[in-house]
Write a protein that binds this ligand. Structure first.
Ligand code: NAP
Length: 259
């Protein structure tokens, strides 16, 4: 007899697609979803890393499949959904996680960097979510789309203006899509993490400036990818059956302001 918690968060039978699964948060998301019973399709450009992830999940008794995916290429996104469906069936859980964070000051900001950030961190989230939602509705399955925004979708930081604008766009996209898709059986929510140690910021947190930043966080530490496990499972599962359009901040209190 499963406990209420096991039953609520069980993902057995679900098919999940995680973008940007070759490192950091996406890697962790794929592992956690698979451990909860989902069959996971892991997408990114570095297929060698994805094969390592898939091998680790299978060793742990889970089901996973690697797919080469460049989220800035619409044909690649469509092909990834086609492959996911062919291997495991229609995707019911989509985690829009792929992202980049190049740093440039406003006065030096190049159009090339601005466009690359928008294409990867915002345009791709829209296209993946639209493609996923269309397929969920067509397959008549209750779906969950989880967009990875950022604390910088709600505030700003020096040298990350393009990133902050794109992540703010993800917040509004989440809410706009949630409103339209609520009656179609597709929930759309976002996670807005503060700093979690991954390849995207490892260099910064090894620097003196990074150490000073940690001192300003109310909890006096940065997080780890595992700190999102519970929220991911909440949003992916029937535990969040009545939640849509929510943006969940996980940041050690950083967004609260100056103390
Ligand atoms: N870590 C944090 O503190 C933090 C805080 C807030 C929000 N976030 C967000 O969390 C997400 C994951 O970041 P992370 O910290 O895990 O960074 P990461 O370790 O650098 O991982 C980024 C992932 O995105 C993938 N990616 C980048 N461009 C891609 C493209 N064009 N097509 C497909 N995949 C692409 C990368 O895979 P390939 O290079 O193999 O394609 C990689 O797997 C990002 O959206 C980031 O903005 C992170």
């Amino acid at each position: 007899m499963p406990s209420p918690a096991e039953d609520l968060f069980d993902l057995g039978g679900a098919v999940a697609l995680v973008t940007g699964a070759s490192s950091g948060l996406g890697w962790r998301f794929a592992e956690v979803l698979a451990a909860q019973g989902a069959r996971v399709v892991a997408g990114a450009r570095r297929l060698d890393k994805l094969h390592d992830l898939v091998a680790a999940i299978r060793t742990g008794g889970g089901s996973a499949h690697a797919v080469r995916l460049d989220v800035t290429d619409r044909a690649s996104i469509t092909a990834a959904f086609d492959e996911a469906e062919a291997v495991f069936g229609p995707v019911g859980i989509l985690v829009n996680n792929a992202g980049i964070a190049p740093q440039e000051r406003v006065l030096e900001q190049s159009a090339e960097t601005w466009r690359r950030v928008m294409e990867t961190n915002l345009d791709a989230v829209w296209f993946c979510a639209q493609e996923g939602a269309r397929r969920m509705v067509a397959a008549d399955i209750e779906g969950s789309i989880i967009n990875i925004s950022s604390l910088l979708g709600l505030g700003v930081s020096r040298s990350l203006s393009a990133y902050a604008v794109a992540k703010a766009g993800v917040v509004q996209l989440t809410r706009a899509m949630a409103l339209e898709l609520a009656a179609r059986g597709v929930r759309v929510n976002a996670i807005a993490p503060g700093y979690l140690l991954t390849d995207i910021n490892r260099g910064y947190f090894e620097s003196a400036a990074g150490a000073r930043m940690i001192e300003k966080i109310p909890m006096k530490c940065i997080g780890a990818p595992a700190d999102l496990d519970g929220t991911l499972l909440l949003l992916a599962s029937r535990a969040a059956r009545f939640m849509t359009g929510s943006v969940i901040v996980i940041d050690g209190g950083q967004g609260l302001g100056v103390d």
